[in-house]
Ligand binder design. Structure first.
Ligand code: PRX
Length: 630
């Protein structure tokens, strides 16, 4: 079947289509109904079916006699470790972790927050949670105490699993003090904290609350913890992501739809087969890590490489050496990583035998043509862009080569993936834009396909209002991205419609950064915008007005205050959120009704025309910024 027919069937004969895909996973009880869309925009996939994500990722492969095959390949160039777990060994480790979590009182439906560096125990913890029906919420290790505290407060975990430290470029980053501070800040307190001690940083333990994992694991070496069969709609995890407001949203994922979507995407998009090896360079703290380091490859019965370290240490050949060594067949990374490699000697791309590699998949931010061309030429392998979001859990746009090989077009992540009815709408009128070459908001008609978010954790109303009511007169899911479609159905993504920025593939809310900066005692107000950057895609740029500017008489004084503010953001949110610059101005450009003109600031920073300024209150405020950045 050609791809056009395949896609059409996925929409027009939705239930028959997804019933077939559902056979890719093991069910304890088969679903009674494929898609229950009786109360849109909420939809329930595979209602009546029961299954377990961990069973599908681990146990079923052991049961099929593949227990001795590789499942998890751990490589750390930070601690010089390389460790391979077979499916049987992974099953044993997951059961140990599950037994320990149970001993700390974790049961079905309880939340477990995972704040971990890239170590195998992080994957064990995720799999252990879904094994016993607990709901994990992984928080990216690069986030600091204030970000972490808001997530603890929202997810109200019974247990937090963490570690002494991560490591970046050989520098130890202690986690425990940040975690202690986050728990202090949070109104919700976890019952227990489970700690993996890597021996990298000293840890202070709080009696009665903190437990070391190693001795508890020893007590459960032979643990047999059966998989808890859960309803297809049972939440598997919550993953927080940024939006327009400062408060991060907990994206809630189901179990059945997610398992089916991942299994299907591994086959039709990522070209993965059982027994082969998948290498995603992401982090478990992001959605790509959830879907394509942990669950997707394992569900497909593949070995997955979990890599802790930089792409250029010990040298820029490290990733390719792993491809050769482990015969990686599919690799997944982000454009920023490729741009980092592009600054290194291109000979590294040719140094290793990459003949096992079917394709390099890139996602998370726009893939610019020079970067795509450089890596395509250097590797001599196909480069496949794909576009999606934390909310969707798997690609919205891509080339589905597993269905029918199709050419890629530079600058385009491809066509609508099966299951997704992707449309463009006029943001003001809600009119559907059908012809080629028209710019509109990229939206998805409900029901969202399997695997996408069920709701915002604990806030159905926010789910409906945020995602489904932003396009006038329509009940469609907004991606908050601008897009355009060509005559062949290929989409081009043109940036966000909201205040989300994308720094090196990391999704950040400018409002969160503004809130953090505003907490500095000498900041009266601030605007943060994303500005195009040749390496990171975008960087955050802050313009602030001081409460007391009397001391800001020279550049040195301004730089001192800028340094203080940057340090504050780093302490509160983490280094990922630190703006590139914090510049002090006497006023911010606003409309007469007092709304910050963020778009105009962004345009000026990027050297573009500031657009319609008829409502600006004080044009000199914008001129000040223009003078500053020129
Ligand atoms: O703006 C789009 C951009 O990243 C956003 C989603 O980020 P996140 O939730 O972190 O999920 C990343 C999953 C890969 C999108 O709304 N984005 C993601 N992929 C692409 C992209 N922009 C352009 N091209 C892409 N391939």
């Amino acid at each position: 079947m050609g791809y056009a027919d395949f896609h059409r069937r996925s929409i027009e004969e939705r239930d028959a289509f997804w019933a077939e895909q559902a056979r890719l996973v093991d069910w304890q009880a088969p679903p009674r109904q494929v898609c229950d869309n009786s109360s849109p925009p909420f939809s329930k996939w595979f209602a009546g079916g029961t299954l377990n994500l961990c069973h599908n990722a681990v146990d079923r492969h052991v049961a099929a006699g593949r227990g001795d095959q590789r499942a998890l390949i751990y490589v750390s160039t930070e601690t010089d470790q390389e460790k391979i777990y077979t499916f049987s060994e992974l099953q044993a480790e997951v059961q140990r972790m599950a037994a320990v979590l149970k001993s700390l009182g974790v049961g079905k439906g309880d939340r477990v927050l995972i704040y971990m560096p890239m170590i195998p125990e992080a994957a064990f913890a995720m799999l252990a949670c879904v094994r016993i029906g607990a709901i994990h919420s992984v928080v990216f290790g690069g986030f600091a105490s204030v970000s972490l505290a808001s997530r603890i407060e929202d997810a109200t975990p019974k247990v937090i699993v963490s570690a002494d430290a991560g490591s970046r470029a050989g520098k130890v980053m202690a986690y425990k003090p940040l975690l202690d501070e986050a728990i202090r800040l949070s109104k919700h307190k976890p019952g227990s904290v489970l700690l993996v001690d890597r021996g990298l940083a000293p840890m202070e333990r709080t009696g009665g609350r903190d437990h070391d994992y190693a001795p508890l694991r020893e007590q459960h070496l032979e643990a047999q913890v059966p998989c808890e069969w859960v309803d297809a709609a049972h939440p598997s995890y919550i993953l927080y992501t940024s939006g327009t407001t400062g408060r991060p949203k907990g994206v809630q994922r189901d179990t059945g739809g997610y398992a089916v979507a991942l299994a299907s995407s591994m086959k039709d998009i990522f070209l993965g087969k059982a027994g082969e090896t998948y290498f995603s360079t992401s982090d478990i703290g992001w959605v790509v890590g959830h879907s394509y380091i942990v669950y997707g490859p394992l569900i497909a019965g593949m070995a997955t490489i979990m890599y802790e370290g930089l792409p250029i240490r010990p040298d820029a050949g490290i990733w390719w050496s792993l491809v050769e060594k482990y015969q990686v067949t599919s690799m997944f990374s982000a454009p920023t990583a490729v741009r980092v490699l592009k600054k290194q000697d291109p000979a590294f791309l040719k140094k290793y035998d990459l003949s096992s590699l079917r394709a390099l998949f890139l996602a998370g931010e726009p893939l610019d043509e020079p970067t795509a061309q450089w890596i395509a030429d250097g590797l001599g392998r196909p480069i496949i862009d794909n576009y999606w979001q934390t909310e969707t859990g798997w690609p919205i746009l891509s080339i589905c080569n597993g269905v029918e090989p199709a050419p890629s077009k530079f600058g385009s992540p491809g066509k609508a993936v099966y299951g997704y009815s992707v449309k463009l709408f006029d943001e003001n009128t809600g009119e559907e834009l059908t012809g080629a070459g028209k710019k509109g908001v990229v939206a998805i008609e409900g029901p969202l396909p399997p695997g996408c978010m069920q709701t915002v954790w604990g806030d159905d109303e926010r789910f409906v209002n945020t995602y489904w009511k932003s396009i006038p007169n329509r009940l469609v899911y907004s991606t908050f991205d601008w897009g355009i479609r060509d005559e062949d159905g290929y989409f081009f993504i043109l940036g966000r419609t909201d205040d989300v920025i994308n720094v090196a593939g990391h999704r950040l809310g400018t409002r969160e950064i503004e809130e953090s900066i505003s907490s500095h005692p000498n900041v009266a107000e601030v605007a943060v915008v994303g500005v195009a950057d040749s390496l990171k895609g975008q960087v955050a740029m802050a313009f602030a007005v001081a409460k007391d500017a009397s001391g800001l008489t020279d550049e040195a004084a301004k730089l001192r205050l800028e340094g203080e503010v940057m340090k504050l953001v780093e302490q509160q949110l983490g280094a990922v959120a630190r703006p590139a610059r914090v510049r002090f101005v006497t006023a911010l450009p606003k409309t007469r009704s007092g709304k910050l003109l963020r778009r105009a600031i962004q345009a000026v920073c990027e050297g573009r025309d500031a657009g319609d300024l008829t409502t600006i209150e004080d044009p000199s405020a914008l001129q000040q910024i223009r003078d500053m950045v020129q």
